[in-house]
Design a protein around this ligand. Sequence first.
Ligand code: HEM
Length: 396
Amino acid sequence: MLEMMRDPLGAPFFPVVFQALLVVTWVLHIHFVTGAIGSSTFSIYAFWRKDPNLLRLGRITARLTPNMVGLGIVTGIAPLLFVQTIYDPLWYAANTLTGFWSVTFIFIVMGGYSLAYLLFYLKGSKDGRLLWSAVASLVLLSFAGWVMHVLHQVSIRPDQWMSWYAPGGVIDTRGVQFHAYDVPRLLFLLPLQAGLSFAATLMFVSWYLRQRVDADPTFLDWTAGVGRRIGLWVAPLYGVFGLLWAFTEGPEFGLTAFIAVVAIVLGIGLFAFFWLQNKQPVRAGAKALGVWALALVVVAVTREVIRAVSLGRFNYSVANYPYIIDWGSVIMFGVTSVVGVSVVTYLIMVIYQSGLSADGTVSAKAEGFGRVATAMLGAWFGFFVLIGLYSSLFLR
Ligand code: HEM
C-alpha cells in the first residue's frame, strides 16, 4: 500500500540526497523554533520578576522571540518539502488523519507570531505591559510543536492508519483526534531543547556583542553566565528525558539501546561542555553554538533512524524510492540554492559587520559581494518571468 501511494513520477533526483537535506534543514528549523520557545519563556520570567538585569535582557529576548519564530517558519518549509518528496505516503496520510489540526496549525502559528510581535514586543515590552500576550503566544507556539509531533508520530505508524481512519469499521473524517504521541520524546524535543537552544544563543550573542567597541562587558558577561547556567540545569534533564524516550518509544521499534546511548552521550556531553566554560563563559559563545548544532545533527539522525526502522518493517525504504533524474528541475533547484544562499550570506555579513561597528558601517568587500548577489537574484527573477512567458505563449 505504501508503495502504491508514492508519487508515480518518482523523485527528481537521488532520494538519499533529499534525505540528507531533510536532516540538515530540520536542524535549522528545530534550533529556531525551540530557541523562540526558550526566549519567550525567559521574557515572561524576566518581566514577572522585574529584576533590573533580568528586565534588560528580557526586553532583548522579547525581540528575539518573533525573529526566531520567523526563521523557524522559513526553515520549517525546507524539511517539509523534502518530507513530501520522499515520505509522501506517510505525510499525506498523517495530514489527512489529523486534518483538523493540520489546517488549524497555520492559524496557531500565525496567532503565536502575531501575539509575540505585534502585541508583546511592539506594544507591551517597553514598559512591561501585556504580559498575557507573551504567555498566550508561548502557549500557541508550544501547541504548534505538539501538532507537529503528533503528525510525525502518526506518519511513522502505517500499521495503525486503518484503525484510526475507521475505528470499529466506522469512518471518522473529522481529523480531530491526536492518534499518536510520546510525551517524553516531545518534552525532550521541545521544552528541553528550548532551554539548550536558548542557552547556546545567549552565549553566542554575548560573545558577538562583546566585540563591539561600545560593549557593556559586565552585562554581557552576566548574560553569557545566565546562558551557561541554563545549559547546566537543562543538559542533565535532557539526558534523563532522552532515556525516558528510549524506554517508551524504543521497544516498539527495537531501538531502546540505541536511543538510550544517544541520550546519555548528549546529556553528559552537553553538561560537560557547559561545565568546562566556568572561567569566562562569554568567550565560548561561538563554540557553544557549534556544539549545540552538532548535538542537533545527532538528534535529527536519530529521528531518521527511528523512521527508517519503522518503515523498514513494511519494506518501505528511501533507498528504493523510484527516481528519474530531471535535469531541468535539478538545475532550477541548484541555481536557486546558489542565488538564495548568496543573498542570505550577504544579509548575514551586513548584520554581522554593522552590528560590530559603532556607526553601522559594512566593509567594501561585503558591499561588492552584495552587488553580485542581488544582481544574480535580479537575473534569476528575469529568467523566471521569461520561462513563464515562454510556457504560457508556446507550450499551451
Ligand atoms: C512555530 C512553531 C513550531 C514548533 C514549536 C515546531 C516544532 C517541531 C517539533 C518539536 C518537531 C519534531 C516532532 C517530532 O519529531 O516528534 C517538528 C518537526 C517538523 N516541523 Fe515544526 N514546528 C513549528 C512550526 C513549523 C512550521 C511552520 C513548519 C513548516 C512550514 C514546520 C515543519 C516541520 C517539519 C517538516 C518537521 C519534520 C516532520 C517529520 O520529520 O516528519 N514546523 N517541528
